[in-house]
Design a protein around this ligand. Structure first.
Ligand code: AMP
Ligand code: GLY
Length: 428
């Protein structure tokens, strides 16, 4: 098959790496790709927002299957454009992508289907949001309804902070995404990332994973897209996986099918593991970044076959095999991230780093300049390792990082700390 992968981040490098190993692949293209993806795919400079250009390329290159990595093209209806043109693809329709595109849509769906999530209110003006606020305890969470590139959420410690967040949203801090605001209960517990392939009726859970959202060691500082991740996530016991499938994922798949907007693709549930069990924080309609980097390291089945089975609606006949090894990834970010990152600094030592046993280096924001690799984004590299335990994968990832010479970058030094503590307590 000729396959086109849309996207150019660390998630897409990991997907491209796994897709390129499929026996079904004839030729893999990535749009736009990056300097790392170029090692396993042909990168083409197509803007995914230009559906006509995507369709033109599909015709010219004889593409049989399209994999959409990021959420923005899905929320903008690229899946529908592909469906109308009769192109088989992995990724939901625009109507189903509302699960990520509108937090209010998802909250209402949870309420109707009895899916455990934080109590909430939806508001179209500041006065009514603030009137609700005074009836609720703090801390409390304020969210822009639409896509805000991970920046539209404030966990407010005080009512004043929550009011400021409400005002910022309605003042246009997130553009159209902030035209509606959700005010919701602050959940307490440990977060986990849960992924399931969904073919419209059947859901198939992937291996468990956790990421680190805060920029600094000890999970401090501002939120980011994710500074590192590991799999498996010891907090997700088999019992919790079953509860998540029964109480959250399957009711969502059923509710979407009942509305006539079946969900096909990968459903990514951000979970809070509370004292009462798993609760849904939010849905994403695409793979996680950097969770995908660790999941692809452990996936032993053919990713392309799994994606085609998802598109064909035959997941009930499908199973996935995972390595017993643990995987861990550390994100190397450009100084300034999650604010404005410094671009264009040179990264050296990647060949030596790649030689460490069990290590793969996924590029997230890089470009090639002759022989040089330059930083070209906020999150720049994801140094990823397998090991018999999370602790071993962690040691290998940091050994590889010690060989990278990049004064323009920074990274956390404690990725995986919760899992390593749990392993130590279990005597592993
Ligand atoms: P989101 O973009 O909805 O995933 O939110 C970003 C982060 O904000 C999450 O990963 C959580 O750490 C935090 N967060 C969002 N909603 C809640 C909530 N209701 N209770 C506690 N933390 C939350
Ligand atoms: N790592 C979280 C995300 O991809 O949104």
């Amino acid at each position: 098959m000729n396959v086109l992968l849309i996207g150019g981040g660390g998630r897409e490098h990991a997907l491209a790496w796994a897709l390129s190993a499929s026996p079904l692949i004839e030729k893999l293209y990535a749009a736009p790709g990056n300097a790392g993806i170029a090692d396993v795919a042909e990168c083409v400079p197509i803007d995914a927002a230009d559906h006509a250009a995507v369709l033109r390329f599909i015709g010219e290159a004889g593409i049989d299957f399209v994999v959409v990595g990021p959420e923005a093209p899905l929320v903008a209806g690229l899946g529908d454009a592909l469906a109308e043109a009769g192109i088989k693809h992995f990724g939901p329709s625009q109507a189903a992508a509302q699960l990520e595109g509108s937090k209010g849509f998802t909250k209402d769906l949870c309420r109707e289907a009895g899916i455990p999530t934080a109590a909430y209110g939806r508001f179209k003006d500041a006065a009514s949001a603030k009137a609700y606020l005074v009836t609720q305890p703090v801390p409390i969470v304020v969210k822009a309804d639409g896509l805000a590139a991970g920046k539209g959420v404030v966990v407010a410690e005080s009512r004043a902070e929550a009011e400021a967040a409400i005002d910022a949203c309605f003042a246009g801090a997130f553009g159209a995404a902030g035209a509606e605001v959700i005010v919701e209960e602050c959940l307490v517990g440990e977060e986990a990332s849960f992924f399931a392939l969904c073919d419209g009726t059947t859901a198939l859970a992937l291996a468990t994973a956790q990421d680190h959202k805060r920029v600094g060691d000890g999970d401090t500082g501002p939120n980011t897209g994710g500074m590192g991740a590991y799999s498996p996530a010891p907090v997700m016991t088999p019992g919790l996986v079953e509860r998540t499938m029964d109480e959250i994922i399957r009711p969502t798949v059923a509710a979407m099918a009942a509305r006539g907007t079946p969900f096909k693709g990968v459903l990514f549930a951000g979970l809070m593991i509370t004292a009462d069990g798993p609760k849904l924080i939010e849905y994403n309609v695409r793979f996680g970044d950097p969770e995908t980097q660790v999941l692809m390291m452990r996936l032993q089945s053919d990713l392309l076959a799994a994606m085609v089975a998802t598109a064909d609606g035959v997941l009930d006949h499908f199973d996935l095999r995972w390595s017993d090894d643990a995987a861990l990834t550390v994100v190397l970010a450009a100084k300034g991230y999650p604010g404005t990152p410094e671009k264009g600094t040179e990264i050296r030592g990647l060949e030596a780093a790649r030689e460490v046993a069990g290590v793969e280096i996924f590029h997230a924001g890089t470009r090639r300049d002759g022989e040089r690799i330059l930083a070209d984004g906020g999150r720049v590299l994801a140094v990823t390792a397998l090991g018999a335990t999370v602790a071993e994968a962690q040691a290998r990832a940091y050994e590889a990082i010690s060989k990278i010479d990049w004064p323009g970058g920074f990274w956390r030094s404690d990725i995986g700390w919760r899992a390593v503590l749990r392993e130590t307590a279990a005597g592993q």
